[in-house]
Design a binder for this molecule. Structure first.
Ligand code: SF4
Length: 258
């Protein structure tokens, strides 16, 4: 691969593997997952705490879907990662729907992400970005090279400190330029007030972006999901603000999938 300033950019990678998407509107599609290291938030339901640290090796799946991994040093350059993704896609017969860029928080590395995503798009890959949805300046840099955006809307009670609402709405305003949906993880501890506040903020930007109420997976981080009746009530309330509101739990833990 020819060396350019873009292919020599580096970032800490947690893992690269093949699986089916386990959350949100595209649940079930086959993806290569690139999980970047590092996160500047702390969510009570975090299911990838191993990705929060930047000071650890990178794990690359040996064969797509095998669950066997080989470690390599971090950081990893864009050029090195492209070669690994190329070989994974080829080994899997090119059946992937898209490449999922996830974390941690991938938007902590906007220049790296843009270089990687635009090179992958030039290889006819579609880019699916999973993000907490609180870094609009970083999204603006990456947006031209992104096809799908799965952005969280994190309620204050699920975080160690609340996010700036204006950053979240600015992010949504940009994200709606792509195929986008909002994932709102919900626990049995959320308040009516914080849900209403979030729904008002979302609907002031758009009513057209689908909203997924995602009950947290029981036991992860000590969180519990709301009961079914509460979930259905939230769906009814949210439907007054947003056109398409769905209840979709995390599916991958149900069958032990990554
Ligand atoms: S943003 Fe993601 S990686 Fe960071 S703490 Fe929350 S769930 Fe974990």
């Amino acid at each position: 691969m020819p060396k350019t300033p873009e292919t020599q950019l580096t970032a800490p990678i947690c893992e690269l593997f093949t699986s089916a998407q386990g959350e949100g509107l595209l649940v079930g599609v086959r993806q290569v997952f690139v999980r970047l290291r590092g996160c500047n938030l702390y969510c009570c339901y975090c299911d990838t705490p191993q990705a929060r640290t930047t000071d650890a090796p990178c794990n690359i799946e040996d064969d797509p879907g095998s669950g066997r991994f080989t470690q390599r040093d971090n950081p990893v350059s864009v050029g090195q990662l492209l070669e690994i993704i190329d070989s994974q896609v080829q080994a899997d017969g090119g059946i992937h729907h898209s490449i999922a860029l996830t974390g941690g928080e991938p938007l902590l590395y906007p220049e790296y992400l843009y270089a990687l995503a635009s090179a992958l798009q030039q290889r006819s890959q579609r880019i699916y970005l999973e993000t907490a949805g609180h870094l609009p300046e970083a999204l603006a840099k990456v947006l031209p090279a992104v096809d799908y955006i799965a952005r969280d809307w994190k309620l204050p009670s699920t975080l160690n400190e609340p996010l700036d609402m204006s950053q979240q709405t600015r992010f949504l305003d940009l994200a709606q330029q792509r195929q986008c949906f909002i994932k709102m993880p919900v626990t049995d501890n959320i308040s009516e007030e914080e849900v209403h506040q979030a729904l008002r903020a979302i609907s002031e930007v758009t009513r057209a972006v689908p909203l997924v109420l995602q009950p947290v997976t029981p036991g992860v981080g000590g969180c519990r999901p709301p009961d079914v009746q509460t979930l259905l009530e939230w769906q009814a309330v949210a439907s007054k603000h947003v056109g398409d509101v769905r209840i979709i739990p995390q599916c991958h833990p149900l069958i032990g999938m990554r």
